[in-house]
Design a binder for this molecule. Structure first.
Ligand SMILES: [Cu+2]
Length: 143
């Protein structure tokens, strides 16, 4: 017999896996060439975080295989974005760092998470990168 508490936890984990799947679909439709070369593909689905954590925002950007997934996101003003390092333990740590110094996460080891709420004016486009790996780039569009 499983308790209702355990059941609801399983539902939460399932929800986050679905989010990963959607991110992968989005990525493959927009970056198909890159996807085939480097893509996180199904391996990104192995990354699991506790969605009940108050630190987790409503939009999640995964860090996998030294890339932000999805690379570009469009969000409504006031949305909290959470970056999650899904790279394997023992690989390099990453950051989410605004190109203009608006925000910078601590160094995120495997499993590390960082959130920022974008209460910025609509129409703003924020480019960001990873400090140890400047080739890792991403964009947040506040709509
Ligand atoms: Cu990095």
């Amino acid at each position: 017999m499983t308790s209702p508490i355990i059941d609801s936890h399983k539902v939460a984990v399932a929800a986050i896996v679905v989010n990963v799947a959607l991110a992968s679909v989005w990525l493959s439709s927009c970056f198909s060439e890159r996807q085939s070369a480097t893509g996180p593909g199904t391996s990104a689905g192995e990354c699991r975080i506790p969605v009940s954590s108050p630190a987790v925002g409503t939009v999640i950007v995964f860090i996998k295989n030294f890339a932000f997934v999805p690379k570009q996101i469009s969000i409504k003003r006031g949305t909290t974005v959470t970056w999650v390092n899904c790279d394997d333990p023992g690989t390099d740590s990453h950051t989410s760092t605004s190109d203009i110094g608006l925000w910078s996460s601590p160094t995120l080891a495997s499993g590390g998470i960082y959130s920022r709420t974008f209460n910025d004016p609509t129409g703003t486009v924020f480019d960001y990168h990873c400090i140890p790996h400047p080739f890792m780039e991403g964009t947040v569009n506040v709509q």
